[in-house]
Design a protein around this ligand. Structure first.
Ligand code: PLP
Length: 397
């Protein structure tokens, strides 16, 4: 059975003594990704940030800081985390709408603040500028490159994300223009650089006249740079084009690409049941709680020694132990029959997992472990009942 790229770097016996369920962050793979991004920055002069919404396991920030220029945040807490845990790195923030009561504190952490509308720029921009911050505005190039995926398409008709040229022309005054240091767009999700190239053409067509007045252009995330087969030369051509035509510093803020294939979720079969000829393995991990993107994206994660789909002698539907009927990861064909107590190892579990999981049904949070390049494992967290209870009410003395 062909090994998925999600397990290419793994010697699975390294994980055999770990408790189930648990997340494992593969530092060796993380390092390879970071080196790839760092080399891109060196070759092109662009600056690459970690989008913390995808991966914010800060024990690994010292490693990433050697290759990345800083962090990107979606609001106050991520900005603070970036400032605290990657000191010396730049902190960039984009939020669809900032809150008055948080803005003053945000100024303590952020270096770049990107607004989503001329109204928010007018409300907060002068204060950001007076505090010495770089100020940006998110544009919407109205160029969809993802078919059938509106939830992940900031360019979908009616999207709230980014200023269209029409709104720009109606609402941007010379005073607002004078506040701007740069523009930001984020339109991609797990895409190759051909989609960036066509997006950049749309940006040029709609906002080229504005960009010549800017210091920087942030091209957002969604660039699957560290995926095997990604077209790096075309990405570099896009970056150089922006540098040459508009004279801007280029920022990229990938999340997935930083920690792609750099994590596993170890789980165990608790029970095997059958219904109408469907064999179902109930695991000690939950799609709804521990890998919510499986249901939200939706997608089917890779599993060690199994292939997604319903072909073969040993096909099982993998499901969680919660009450949600749809807490199902998907159907997989295994090499061997599954037994109660068997380990099931999910791949590509470092991104949008530990930063997005929850304790629905009172499900415990799986602990997070580090797998070093030398093959040693180290426990990073000790989650327990308190992590479930503290989110629900008053803490007793
Ligand atoms: C503004 C912004 N920047 C960066 C990212 C990171 O994207 P990805 O993890 O797909 O690279 C996102 C993801 O939604 C985003 O909204």
């Amino acid at each position: 059975m062909a090994v998925s790229p999600a397990f290419a770097a793994l010697e699975p016996q390294r994980l055999s003594a770990l408790p189930s369920p648990c997340y494992v962050i593969d530092e060796g793979q993380l390092l390879k990704n970071a080196q790839c991004l760092g080399a891109l920055a060196e070759r092109t002069g662009c600056r690459v940030l970690l989008a913390q919404k995808a991966f914010s396991n800060y024990d690994f920030y010292p490693l990433l800081a050697q290759y990345l220029a800083g962090t990107e945040a979606s609001g106050l807490f991520e900005a603070r985390l970036g400032k605290e845990e990657m000191p010396g790195g730049e902190v960039h923030v984009f939020c669809a709408a900032y809150r008055e009561e948080e803005f003053q504190e945000l100024l303590e952490y952020a270096d770049h603040i990107v607004f989503n509308s001329p109204a928010q720029l007018a409300q907060f921009g002068p204060r950001a500028k007076a505090a010495g911050k770089e100020v940006g505005l998110r544009i919407n190039p109205q160029h969809s490159t993802q078919e059938g995926h509106a939830i992940y398409d900031p360019c979908a008709p009616g999207s709230r994300l980014g200023v269209t040229r029409e709104v720009w022309d109606q609402q941007m005054t010379p005073e607002l223009m004078a506040l701007l240091d740069g523009l930001h767009f984020h339109t991609l999700c797990e895409q190759d650089s051909d989609d960036l190239a066509s997006t950049l053409q749309a940006v040029e067509q709609r906002f080229g006249d504005v960009l010549v007045q800017m210091k920087w252009l942030n091209m957002g995330g969604g660039h699957h740079i560290t995926r095997p087969g990604y077209d790096l030369p075309r990405l570099e051509a896009c970056i150089r084009h922006a540098q040459e035509v508009w004279g801007v510093t280029v920022y990229l803020e990938p999340g997935e690409a930083v920690a792609l294939n750099a994590g596993y979720l170890v789980s165990q079969v608790l029970d095997l049941v059958e219904n109408a000829g469907v064999r179902i393995a109930i695991l000690d991990t939950s799609a709804a709680c521990h890998m919510p993107d499986v249901l939200e994206m939706p997608y089917q994660p890779p599993i060690y020694h199994a292939v997604a789909g319903g072909e073969g002698d040993h096909v099982y539907r993998l499901a969680g132990p919660t009450c949600l009927a749809g807490d199902v990861v998907g159907d997989y064909a295994f090499d061997q029959p599954l037994h109660i107590g068997d380990t099931v190892l999910f791949g590509d579990m470092a991104i949008y997992t530990t930063c997005k999981n929850n304790t629905f049904n009172g499900m415990p949070l799986p602990d997070i472990w580090r797998l070093t390049p030398q093959g040693h494992t180290e426990q990073l967290t000790r989650f327990g009942y308190r992590d479930f209870k503290m989110r629900l009410g008053r803490e007793k003395e």
